[in-house]
Design a protein around this ligand. Sequence first.
Ligand code: SAT
Ligand code: MN
Length: 597
Amino acid sequence: MTSNIRLNKWIHEMADLCRPDRIHWCDGSDSEYQSLLQMMVSKGVAIPLNPKKRPGCYLFRSHPSDVARVENRTFISSLRQDDAGPTNNWIDPQSLKSTMTDLFSGSMVGRTMYVIPFSMGPVGSPLSKIGVEITDSPYVVANMRIMTRIGKPVLDFLGSDGEFVPCLHSVGYPLLPGMVDPQWPCAPIEKKFISHFPEERLIWSYGSGYGGNALLGKKCFALRIASVQARDEGWLAEHMLILKITNPEGKSKYITGAFPSACGKTNLAMLVPTLPGWKVETVGDDIAWMKFGKDGRLYAINPEAGFFGVAPGTSAQSNPNAMKCVEKNTLFTNVALTDDGDVWWEGIGYDAPDHLIDWQGRDWYKGQSKEPAAHPNSRFTTPAHQCPSISPDWIAEEGVPISAILIGGRRPSTIPLVNESFSWEHGVFLGSIMGSEITAATISDQIGKVRRDPFAMLPFMGYHIGDYFRHWLNIGKMTTPEKLPKIYYVNWFRKNAEGKFIWPGYGENSRVLKWIFERLEGKAASQKTPIGNLPTPDSLDLDGLRVNPSELASILTVDLGGWKREAEDVRSYYRIFENKLPSALADQLDQLDQRLR
Ligand code: SAT
Ligand code: MN
């Protein structure tokens, strides 16, 4: 219930369309959360974990067809196709709405329609924005309660005329009389639509109950729709972690980092430095909203309230803070279940017990079962405040001032460990060409090619990427150059001739963060190269690090041949932007060519 006129009208219209049996307005209370979980337990949808091992934790298993974001079913339905650009799927909004109206029609029959008012960012912060998600999935409600701020405080703040982004979601499985509800209802792939109407600031998602397809505050709102709002309002909505780093003298700086999915953003955000006296704290692990403060600097908030992290590979070695975080009050999806009611996944840091129940609910025997016990994209949903490394500033309403922006992907060759851009414009150029090398066996003729993923936003852009580059360049003109964060291109993933990682990564990445910190202080030395400023051999703290010296040298110098090929490849990649490629970036590429000669 709300006094907000627009919200009431929308809820009535959507209820008329979807025809749920009942409507539940989420107040966000603990008792509501507990009773939803109890209801799901009683239906066999949620499995309570052993309270002695994982108090307040539950396991969910999704349908095998519904285990990840579906990029080929994700649409940016701007009025003009040209505004969606060459990297997004587009359907004319009128036609998409008519298709989806048919799908939503009666889609909640036999179900409860939950109304979730949510705030991205601290309720009431000038950097925050409000959304309202309608969903027929109690799993989504429980996850949204961890990932965002939901319920009464949000409605109170919204008041009678506050603005919100309407987010309509249905799993697409109406329960007609006599039908049995499956454990994970969803619709077949061709009926799944994750749709964005940027001009209307509207999200419609049908047919999937999983992650970014269904928790609409995250990728749909905080990145795709927010990127459009940010363009129009002069700020940045980015796929970035936010961390706070403090040197042994107690001086702190805030750094954001854009990395594609599965490049270790969560691990970097929660990093435990190997360098004595240095400290890293977590502000966010996935999304940063950055706006200019009165002092002309960029301030960032983490719009989320939890972490939706990939479980496999998370261990006490790779990310001890995340392991602590998921000890309690955590929802697990598609991990394996042990006989004593605990969870297990590949790369958890210790051997599997002899017997498990795998992510599909089947018996799994160590040494016998061939398939992984946990799905490779299995997840934990866990409250940010439980993270031992969480910074007290993570809820700062005014955000935190950003000194540096890291960008990077998985590049086994060519890209050095760390490269400081010459200028904002040069940094935007590097951001526009970043990406990961294709290694998965799926597209075999593409192996070794680079999948460019500008600012790690490729799957999350709400408009034309060429216009997005222009927006980044414009942001650089909105303040004085010394107030802008410096942009660093990093690469933890270089490999040697045997295909092994050269740089140990994880906590050792603190050595790179230290160099960046000291560059920002005007202390650490650098050498100017054709591609940017690289550390001088003795400016990077390598004390106690055991890495083969010649291999180390290879990741701290410019691979001229590799960069010449890189520049050529970028030239052909840039063609997809046609006349939308800002001339400043074409100039940057020409200048790079010149310097490489
Ligand atoms: O499923 S999510 O989109 O939230 C996570 C991811 O794919 O990066
Ligand atoms: Mn992400």
